[in-house]
Design a binder for this molecule. Structure first.
Ligand code: FAD
Length: 225
């Protein structure tokens, strides 16, 4: 997903003349607006610095502790309208100090213990599509903020075709989960949004996300535990 928009930029198409006409009729003529580049987003000076970062690298491996500008921006807030407007204004004040990506349960536990010891806030990050400020860390009383990217927890752990149940790791995104389940003739059935929105298995929507296929698959709140 684009860092400051909904959807996949590779699938974007120009608005038709009819749509532009409707927008114009409602709001006045549509004009192109300036686009902030990811590199121009302002992020705070990170508070989690060396030698603490080295300790995290010892736990997870060098390549799974990210401190670069792009990683911090991509893990800032979610996809609500206010989140997107802030990002488009170049406001990255809620950026985490670093992004950590554990590979399994033991590494998640190790990071949690480390954060608890260091009094560093840890924010789980699945698909980053939250629209209720869930990814914006509370910073008071903390020595820093890390984003816990769940992208490496992406396995289908168990599947029972007879009962139609499956255990998915928390970081599996909708399309990835669909691909794995389809090998067993199963589907989440959450179309079209769930498959095109990269929300993760570990963060099912709090509101019943009813889609056209709900009649056969049930709503998200009925099939997720
Ligand atoms: C186009 C679009 C359509 C949407 N449609 C709906 C809808 O129909 N119904 C609805 O309810 N919501 C909807 N949403 C909101 C959002 O997609 C859902 O809330 C979704 O479940 C968030 O999943 P995520 O993996 O992106 O979570 P994230 O945004 O990464 O995280 C959301 C919150 O959950 C926490 N979290 C994430 N993973 C875990 C985990 N494994 N363990 C503990 N905490 C975790 C995060 O720290 C954060 O607080 C929509 C959003 C978009 C952009």
């Amino acid at each position: 997903m684009h860092w400051a928009r909904w959807g996949d930029p590779t699938e974007a198409s120009a608005l038709s003349a009819a749509t532009l006409g409707l927008v114009g009729a409602a709001f006045g003529p549509a004009e192109p607006c300036g686009t902030t580049q990811l590199a121009d987003v302002r992020v705070p000076v990170p508070r989690v610095q060396e030698p603490l970062l080295s300790e995290l690298r010892d736990l997870l491996g060098d390549e799974h502790v990210l401190t670069d500008h792009a990683a911090r921006v991509r893990h800032t807030r979610g996809k609500s309208t206010t989140d997107l407007l802030k990002m488009r204004a170049g406001d990255g004040c809620d950026a985490p100090d670093a992004v950590v990506a554990p590979a399994d349960h033991d590494q998640v536990s190790a990071v949690l213990e480390w954060c608890s010891r260091q009094r560093v806030a840890l924010v789980p990050f699945g698909g980053g599509t939250s629209v209720v400020d869930g990814l914006t860390a509370r910073r008071e009383d903390y020595a820093g903020v890390l984003a816990l990217d769940l992208c490496r927890l992406n396995s289908l752990v168990h599947v029972d075709v007879v009962s139609g149940t499956a255990t998915l790791e928390a970081g599996l995104l909708g399309p990835e989960a669909e691909a794995l389940l389809s090998r067993h003739g199963l589907t989440l059935g959450h179309f079209p949004s769930r498959s095109s929105t990269p929300a993760s298995a570990g963060s099912p929507p709090p509101a019943p996300a009813a889609k056209p296929q709900q009649a056969t698959a049930g709503s998200t709140t009925s099939w997720s535990r």
